[in-house]
Write a protein that binds this ligand. Structure first.
Ligand code: PLP
Length: 422
């Protein structure tokens, strides 16, 4: 990676203050530092005045009163009132709220999780650089690393993230620029030891923390350099926004900005607004989802049609101790295998009624996917297995429906999966 100091982006201190700024005296608690759950409810409203709801700035452009203002704002990494590809007041509110929740100096929002991830990888790496990535990743990230990075002569070494020391062992001093991890990881909910990852010296460490959200874990506290999220998921939380975000140091985010502003994957202000709205209720949604996920895991763990249930909050998860160490909440995702394989998987998703077959996660609705017959149908069983996907693997995003309805529908669909002719 080129040294950010080679091309220092122009930072307008005045605007920077407006983004980060001191807490609004009307909303800052008078005693101590608020809990993250409180920050999530109260933050992200720098320009809202007396309004309780955040203000949505839909404008794509802003008047620049003088030529000098235009010149200054055009190159400022924090210009939120210049042109909305560069920055936008509503988007900046979302970014500063995420930064606060992650314990980061700042954050940058993108049009999707993949917008954020591609900005990190393509913005930080140049031809000849080397990336270490874990084998089991969200399929989009994996494809980016497998098919796009080689076209730009960025080499990738894949590691088994659950093997202690695997990331550090794959680092090539002087050549590895990024170590990319995802935890909990898609689809088998394997965990990466954040303490071990954060101790790697040299390359930048990046963690996709989508499955956890900032109220589930905070990778930056372990020395990770950048945390990325598909805020489309739990953070926005209602299946009505497509949004990504990266949080970390101002130096790194300023550096990324120079790429992001040309990449053009800027967040839509409306989706950023939906992101703020989602964060306000994230704590209660997540608590409910975690409780339901734990209850469903218990049902699945003793069901004869099921094997290999994975939920980080379950004592039976192989990395449960690690989950307890580094996660505050265990998340809304669980994965299990149907002993009946492919036919059982198809029968299961066709039998659900309260649960719904759909991709995505972290929203109010409980969603199930059978990757072998849908998202990963074009891969061979061997290729699927390398991605942690068996013929009978079901991935479930637990929503907010009544737990009794979820258990009843799950049990019914499991019975149907054991008897595809039913
Ligand atoms: N990271 C993870 C872990 C995901 O599950 C997803 C999407 O499912 C993404 C990134 C990509 O996010 P988006 O769909 O917002 O681009």
């Amino acid at each position: 990676m080129a040294d950010p100091a080679d091309h220092p982006p122009v930072v307008d201190e005045g605007v920077a203050d407006a983004v980060g700024g001191d807490p609004d005296p009307r909303t800052a608690p008078t005693t101590g530092r608020p809990h993250r759950e409180t920050t999530a409810v109260r933050g992200g409203r720098s320009g809202s005045g007396e309004a309780l709801a955040p203000v949505l700035w839909a404008s794509s452009t802003f008047v620049t009163p003088t030529v000098a203002d235009g010149r200054r704002l055009a190159t400022s990494t924090t210009a939120e009132r210049f042109y909305s590809r560069h920055g936008n007041p509503t988007t900046a509110d979302f970014e500063s709220l995420v930064a606060e929740l992650e314990g980061a100096e700042c954050a940058r929002a993108f049009s999707s999780g993949m917008g954020a991830i591609s900005a990190v990888l393509m913005g930080l790496c140049s031809a000849g650089d080397h990336v270490v990535a874990q084998r089991q990743l969200y399929a989009g990230t994996q494809l980016l690393l497998q098919t796009v990075c080689p076209r730009f002569h960025i080499d990738v070494t894949w590691v088994d993230a659950t093997e202690p020391g695997a990331f550090a062992a794959a680092v090539e001093p002087g050549r590895t620029v990024v170590v990319f991890a995802e935890t909990p990881a898609n689809p088998r909910l394997d965990l990466v030891d954040l303490e071990e990852l954060g101790a790697i010296a040299g390359p930048l460490t990046v963690v996709d923390s989508t499955f956890a959200t900032p109220l589930g874990q905070r990778p930056l506290e372990y020395g990770i350099d950048l945390v990325v999220h598909s805020a489309t998921k739990g953070m926005a939380g209602h299946n009505d926004a497509t949004l990504g975000v990266v949080a970390g140091s101002r130096e790194l985010l300023d550096w990324l900005w120079s790429f992001a502003v040309l990449q053009g994957a800027c967040a839509s202000p409306f989706d950023a607004w939906n992101g703020i709205r989602g964060l306000r209720t994230l704590a209660v949604r997540l608590d409910r989802q975690c409780a339901s996920a734990a209850a469903l895991a218990e049902v699945l763990e003793v069901h004869p049609a099921v094997c290999d249930v994975r939920y980080p909050g379950s004592p039976n998860h192989p990395q449960h101790d690690l989950a307890r160490r580094q996660m505050d909440r265990f998340g809304s995702m669980l994965t299990f295998d149907l002993v009946g394989g492919m036919d059982a998987g198809v029968a299961f998703v066709e039998a659900v009624e309260v649960l719904q077959p759909a991709s995505s996660l972290g929203g109010p609705e409980t969603l199930v996917t059978h990757p072998a017959s849908t998202t990963h149908v074009n891969l061979s069983p061997e290729e699927r297995s390398a991605n942690g996907i068996g013929d009978g693997t079901i991935r479930m995003s637990v929503g907010l429906e009544h737990i009794d309805d979820l258990i009843a529908d799950l049990t019914n669909a499991l019975e149907a999966s054991g008897d595809p002719a039913r």
